[in-house]
Every structure is written in C-alpha cells, then in structure tokens.
Design a protein around this ligand. Structure first.
Ligand code: SAM
Ligand code: SF4
Length: 350
C-alpha cells in the first residue's frame, strides 16, 4: 500500500498526541521546540552584511503580524510542544510597545524561556524590567569594539549606545551572548580583543560565518572566514583552546581560553554543519513560517489567520509543514523558488 502524505501527517500527529504530549518532531526525527519570531523588519542600523546602505523596502504596518496574532500563534505552537521563543527582527525595540508583547508572551502556558536578539541601541532603558520579567538571555549584536569600524560596518555611529547596553546587561546579571559576524577586511582585528572580553565577563562571544542574506546580493560572500579558519586564527594567538561540550541542539561549537570565565562560540552558519540537530523554526515579521533558515517560506500563517482559520486548521497546516522539513540547509536552498538567497536577514529574523 502506498504511503500517502495524509498517512505521514497522521503518523507525526499521533506521535505528538500519544507518545509524548510535550514533544514535536519533524520528518527526520528532530525535535522542534524553539521558535524565532521576527517582530518587525525595520531597523535603526544598516549593517553591511544584512541590508543595503539605503535600507530595504519595509513592509506596510498592516502586513506585520499584530500583537494579538503573535500571541495566538505562540499559544498554538506552545500547545504543540514549543517551549522556547526568541524575539528578533529587524530590531525588536523599534516595534512600538515591545515590552507589552514580552509581558503577554511570558504568560502563555508552556513557554518556559523567552530570549531576545538586539543591536542594543534602544535597549538600555528596558533592562531592569527585562530582568524582573525573567528574560532568559540577550544576544547582543556587536561586530567590533572600535567605534570607527562599528560605523563602517553598521553605517551608523552608535557604538556608544550598544556598549552602554552591554555594561548595563552585565550590571543586572542578564546572561549575554555577543554575536559578531566575521568579515574579511572589516573586523578581523577585533577577533582577539573580543575573545579578551571573556577573560573576566561570564559571556559567550560568538563568531558567525557570514551568510548571503544581505538584501542585495552584490557581495554574495565567498566565504573566506570559515569556522575552521576562525578557530585556527584564535589558536594562533591563544594557543590550544579548550573544546567544551555543546548544549543540546546548539548551533555553535564552544571553546574556552584556559582560565577565562566566559567562552567562545563559533557558528558555521554558511557551512551548515549543525542541520542534523536543528530544533528551530522561524516566523518572519509578515507571518511566514520557515522550517529552515535557507528556505523561502513554507506556510503563510498570517493569511491563514486572516482568512478565519480555526486553531485546529492552523495546527494541521503547521504539522504538515513540520512533516515536510528539508533535511538540511542545502536541500532547503535547492528547493527555493526565489533564487539566489539574498533577502535581508532583517526580514527573515536572524
Ligand atoms: N537587529 C537585531 C540584531 O542585530 O541583533 C536582531 C536581528 S539580526 C537580523 C539577528 C542576527 O543576525 C544578528 O546577530 C546579525 O549579526 C545576524 N546577521 C544578520 N545578517 C547576517 C548575515 N548576512 N550573516 C550572518 N549573520 C547575520
Ligand atoms: Fe539591523 Fe540587526 Fe540587520 Fe544590523 S543585523 S541591520 S542591527 S537587523
């Protein structure tokens, strides 16, 4: 008897319903428990690797998921077993009333962890409240410790604001990961000083391979700084790094300079070595589900919501998408309808 799509879907649904009510698996047996949700595509920086200098064509406001739609979506995915949310963007803090949304998400049953990724420019005033709301951690994007290089990379003179946010996060004891995209000719001289931050700060400094999602495609990266080259560069300076064990489903390889309190993460985002354990899905600012960073969207949740779909209908569509997930970023990229993969990371939600 031929196995139909509906039978496969039934298999995944029943696995969810009967085997373990808090687990959701894709068609490759990988658990899915982490949603990264972009709350906006707008941003107050113009990072070279993310957007063209003139910015991108922003979505009209009515095309963004409303807070009510975001809450509904989070309640639905939480009922399926997703327990970890990261709000990202664009820059999350340019969305009006972000803190109101954060408070609502914190109250959704089943959401155990809420994290944020931010460039830190508008973040500082909200840090005490974020702390009291129990934010899990903050990923702070900072590619350089030098004000001039910051300006060249982000095209805005905002280093001081981001650094102030970093200091306040430390003061309030909020767990921090610094995200730095490694770029030939832009910030290589920063790699060692950034690792030096881990000498006394209990943070993770994560070096990310540059991906093609820069919104223009005219500097589609020929990847010079692979994760292997990044590690070799650091070891040339620090000597042998300690290879740490990586947390479950981590996308980073973790290292530590012996005796330092913090650690280093190296993320092979372009080499895509982590797909075998990928536990995350993304929803873009316009409400499109991506089951892989490299796909071009597999389900428009906003359209479903606005067409009046019931929660059960939305769940059925989600489960169908989870049961057709690409096995890795290469397969997802090959299946894209839009080529090449040059959309801005701010529309994807990095
Ligand atoms: N605006 C916030 C920020 O910068 O932290 C959140 C959104 S941003 C798109 C999320 C992350 O994506 C940032 O850490 C950024 O460095 C990373 N990113 C953006 N474009 C990238 C690219 N082309 N390659 C690798 N990482 C990228
Ligand atoms: Fe904005 Fe973040 Fe993209 Fe930089 S990486 S332009 S801060 S969305």
């Amino acid at each position: 008897m031929a196995i139909t799509t509906d039978m496969k879907l039934y298999y995944y649904l029943s696995r969810y319903q009967f085997m373990n009510s808090t687990s959701l698996y894709d068609n490759h047996g990988r658990p899915i428990n982490y949603l990264r949700l972009a709350v906006t595509d707008r941003c107050n920086l113009r990072c070279f690797y993310c957007m063209p200098e003139e910015g991108i064509k922003y979505l009209p406001k009515k095309e963004l998921l409303t807070f009510e739609e975001i809450e509904r979506l989070i309640a639905i995915v939480a009922s399926l077993g997703i327990s970890k949310i990261r709000l990202t963007g664009g820059e999350p803090f340019v969305r009006t009333d972000l803190m109101a949304l954060i408070k609502k998400i914190k109250q959704v049953d089943g959401i155990e962890e809420l994290h944020l990724t931010t460039n830190g420019i508008l973040t500082a005033p909200y840090i005490p409240e974020l702390k009291s709301l129990g934010i899990g951690s903050i990923n702070l994007s900072l590619d350089t410790l030098d004000r001039d290089r910051f300006f060249k990379i982000t095209r805005r003179d905002e280093f001081v604001s981001t650094w102030k946010t970093f200091e306040l996060l430390m003061k309030h004891g909020i767990p921090v990961k610094i995200n730095a995209v490694v770029m030939e000719g832009k910030n290589i001289e920063d790699l060692i000083p950034m690792v030096e931050l881990t000498r006394n700060y209990p943070i993770s400094v994560r070096f990310i391979e540059e991906m093609p999602f820069n919104g223009e495609g005219n500097h589609y990266p020929v990847l010079t700084w692979t994760y292997k080259k990044i590690v070799a560069h650091l070891e040339e300076h620090f000597g042998k790094l300690v290879r740490m064990s990586d947390p479950n489903n981590s996308t980073a390889y973790h290292y530590q300079v012996p005796g330092y309190v913090g650690n280093i993460g190296v993320i092979a985002a372009f080499s895509r070595t982590f797909c075998g354990t990928c536990n995350r899905i993304r929803v873009t600012a316009q409400g499109v589900l991506k089951t892989c960073l490299y796909d071009d969207g597999v389900l428009n949740i906003k359209t479903l919501f606005r067409a009046g779909a019931s929660d059960d209908e939305v769940i059925r569509e989600l489960m169908n998408a989870f049961s057709h997930r690409a096995k890795d970023g290469f397969e997802a990229e090959a299946k894209r309808t839009l080529h090449p993969a040059i959309e801005s990371m701010s529309t994807i939600g990095g």
